[in-house]
Design a protein around this ligand. Structure first.
Ligand SMILES: [Zn+2]
Length: 235
């Protein structure tokens, strides 16, 4: 594998051997192949994302030769996971999980909701393309969640915010005044949204439910902290 990567790196990048050797030394830069994806379990896929976030938080993200990876994945893709994240500029999944070319599918939409188009995308990512895990990635101080809490009415945002009704329904009087300045309340809704969205996937997709029931796929919810970069996995 090392030999193959060195070969591809030199040919692809047109760089001297010494320049690509540093990239080739990191096993994290090995692109996913059909066999590697097949031998990856759902737990392996989740563990890979956890390890990637630990590197990110520690400031030790791997500096892969991306153009070498472009060449190596040009013919096909065998990603290990699919991530649904918010459009928020601070939560790019590939950066947060320290993933690279061909590693993960990413769907991004305000408030990391799953509508029919995202659901179809997840079916493609898993049933068709073989990804082993789905992660619904929420985050703190989310503008979409704040807007839902404040019941904003604006253009097509109004329709988008209807997706947060199940999460808003988890609020009780004990959560205090429903206002986006109530940080604890906003966080509760964001976490509920990630959990409920993750739980809704198998309920709404028999295709994905069959993969989960067969042990070929796991679905997880997680929260990214935009103040620390750390991802916390929700039970
Ligand atoms: Zn957001």
């Amino acid at each position: 594998m090392i030999t193959r990567r060195l070969f591809c790196g030199c040919i692809a990048g047109g760089l001297p051997f010494a320049a690509t050797a540093a990239h080739a030394q990191s096993p994290e830069c090995a692109v996913f192949t059909k066999d590697r994806q097949k031998s990856t379990t759902p737990d392996d896929a989740i563990a890979r994302l956890k390890a990637g976030n630990e590197r990110f938080v520690a400031g030790k993200s791997v500096n892969c030769d991306l153009m070498a990876q472009v060449k190596q994945t040009a013919g096909d893709q065998w990603p290990c996971a699919a991530i649904v994240g918010c459009i928020d500029s601070r939560v790019a999944p590939e950066l947060v999980f320290d993933q690279h070319i061909g590693d993960v599918f990413c769907a991004r939409v305000a408030g990391n909701i799953v509508d029919v188009d995202i659901l179809g995308s997840l079916e493609y990512a898993t049933k068709v393309a073989g990804a082993k895990a789905i992660v619904i990635l929420g985050h703190n101080f989310c503008g979409a969640i704040k807007s839902a809490v404040d019941d904003v009415k604006l253009g097509n945002i109004t329709a988008l915010l209807r997706n947060f009704q199940p999460a808003l329904a988890t609020l009780t009087k004990a959560d205090g005044h429903r206002d986006s300045h109530n940080d604890a309340l906003v966080q509760k809704v964001a976490e509920a949204n990630a959990r409920l969205t993750a739980a809704s996937v198998t309920r709404r997709s028999p295709v994905i439910k069959a993969l989960v029931d067969a042990g070929q796929l796991k679905i997880a919810a997680a929260m990214h902290d935009v103040t620390t970069g750390k991802v916390t996995w929700l039970a």
